[in-house]
Design a protein around this ligand. Structure first.
Ligand SMILES: Nc1nc2c(ncn2[C@@H]2O[C@H](COP(=O)(O)OP(=O)(O)OP(=O)(O)O)[C@@H](O)[C@H]2O)c(=O)[nH]1
Length: 449
């Protein structure tokens, strides 16, 4: 049966194509895009029983437009072959990319000009492949259409999406994924995470992939991904295993959600909720939440807790004489000075106003610290606007108490009582009360700066 070939082409069609077609198909069956639409429709309707085929001869940029035109004219019910000139510098990868692009656009088969001979055998074989409904080619065409449509939809989704086989080789990904990691498609599809990510991150992804394949089902986890600009971003992965007809895992598909900004905001909110904004120290609430488990551990080990409470002497006078701004500077300076004398595991909090608490990670050194801190604080100066300098002093009460006898509040209260004692003794000094049941433990020791 003589095929009815509808050629959509630049006008005129390339000579090389015309030459090829002349060998096999009647030129009367060729139509050009420039022809009258009514003429084209008439020609289309005239041959309903003959094998019909669209032959597009256009540059890659025009392909999508031509296919779209066929669809909008309701003329897209015959196979579409795309005849194209392969430029010499395209290379194998470039040709594969172009074919993939053509399939995504809805082309059934790509015919390269250099492969078509002057007798048109290429065209005949392609026609035979595409006109037999049960042929492998028709099935493949159907699949390619589906795949093309799927790829087009995946590319419309803003979240990066990827598909891997059971060996962890990427078999598909969308445009957002390529943009996210900053790699071209050919460096991703056909490769594994070890080819596209730094080894330490690749190991994390690979372990998660293996765990998911072993367990089946779905997986949601957070990890970091190096973005195209080189920065690490926080990413939430949603992944699922897919199976073949026999239920064997074939691979996994995943979507990535960038949660970097959300995590940063959470960190900021958590920090605001846990710290005193003026000094950056822990606030009362987070001191309690960190001290409760520490106290519990000390109880289990039947050990002691060393806790210091201090406040600024006559702080109200500083505020009244120099203003709240200077008072704030004094609070910040004292926080900085005291922090320099603590270890990383010590807890340091501003309870409110001019009252601070330190919980030492061990009891040793509490006496020397209690005596040293008032002297160190008194030695510091806050510069005033008028050129003068102001120094502040603190009074400090410290307790060493058996953990089993105390709650957080009672331990702070015990230290508060010792602080009053320091004030009563003349301020600007630290006093320590050790209530451990030890015969040689000194009950009360005071020291001034
Ligand atoms: N600048 C400043 N002052 C504060 C802040 N919070 C509380 N205050 C002030 O701290 C002062 C605490 O005063 P008092 O509790 O009377 O203590 P004091 O004057 O240090 O007296 P003694 O403790 O007996 O030496 C008050 O004037 C509060 O207004 C703050 O965040 N910044």
């Amino acid at each position: 049966m003589t095929p009815c070939v509808f050629l959509l082409s630049e006008d005129p069609a390339p000579d090389s194509l015309a030459g090829c077609l002349a060998g096999c198909w009647s030129p009367t069956a060729l139509l050009r895009q420039g022809c009258e639409l009514t003429g084209l429709r008439a020609a289309w309707a005239e041959h309903p029983d003959r094998a019909r085929l669209w032959l597009l001869a256009c540059p890659a940029e025009a392909l999508g437009g031509q296919l779209q035109w066929l669809i909008t004219q309701d003329l897209r019910d015959a196979p579409v072959l795309w005849w194209t000139e392969a430029s010499n510098d395209l290379g194998t990868g470039g040709a594969a990319d172009l074919e993939s692009l053509a399939w995504q656009a809805g082309v059934d088969e790509v015919l390269w000009s250099h492969q078509t001979d002057r007798h048109g055998r290429q065209f005949e074989r392609a026609l035979a492949r595409h006109q037999s409904p049960g042929s492998l080619s028709a099935v493949l065409r159907h699949r390619q259409h589906e795949l093309g449509a799927l790829r087009a939809s995946l590319n419309d989704i803003p979240a990066p999406i990827f598909v891997k086989d059971a060996e962890g080789v990427y078999t598909e990904c969308n445009q957002a994924f390529l943009q996210y990691i900053g790699l071209p498609r050919q460096q991703v599809v056909g490769h594994t995470v070890y080819d596209i990510a730094a080894p330490e991150l690749a190991r994390v992804y690979d372990a998660a992939d293996r765990a998911l394949l072993a367990s089946g089902g779905r997986q949601i986890y957070e990890s970091q991904v190096r973005w195209a600009d080189g920065h690490l971003r926080d990413v939430l992965f949603h992944k699922a295993v897919f199976h073949d007809a026999q239920g064997r895992p074939m691979g996994q598909a995943g979507a990535m959600f960038d949660i970097t900004e959300r995590r940063a905001l959470e960190r900021q909110l958590r920090q605001q909720a846990e710290t005193d904004p003026l000094t950056g120290l822990l606030n009362r609430r987070s001191l309690e939440s960190q001290l409760i488990p520490r106290l519990q551990r000390a109880k289990e080990q039947d050990s002691a807790l060393a806790l210091l409470v201090f406040d600024i002497d006559h702080f109200k006078d500083i505020n009244d004489s120099h203003g709240h701004g200077v008072g704030d500077s004094v609070l910040r300076l004292i926080a900085t000075v005291v922090r320099q004398h603590l270890r990383p595991d010590d807890l340091f909090a501003r309870l409110g106003g001019d009252e601070f608490v330190v919980v030492l990670s061990g009891v040793e050194g509490v006496h020397s610290l209690a005596q040293r801190l008032p002297a160190r604080v008194a030695a510091q100066k806050v510069n005033l606007d008028d050129g003068r300098a102001l120094s502040a002093q603190i009074s400090l009460g410290a307790v060493v108490v058996p953990a089993r006898e105390h709650t957080v509040d009672s331990a702070i209260h015990a230290a508060d009582l010792v602080l009053y004692e320091a004030k009563r003794l003349g301020r600007n000094q630290g006093v320590v009360m050790d209530t451990r049941p030890s015969p040689d433990a000194p009950a009360l020791r005071a020291g001034s700066a």
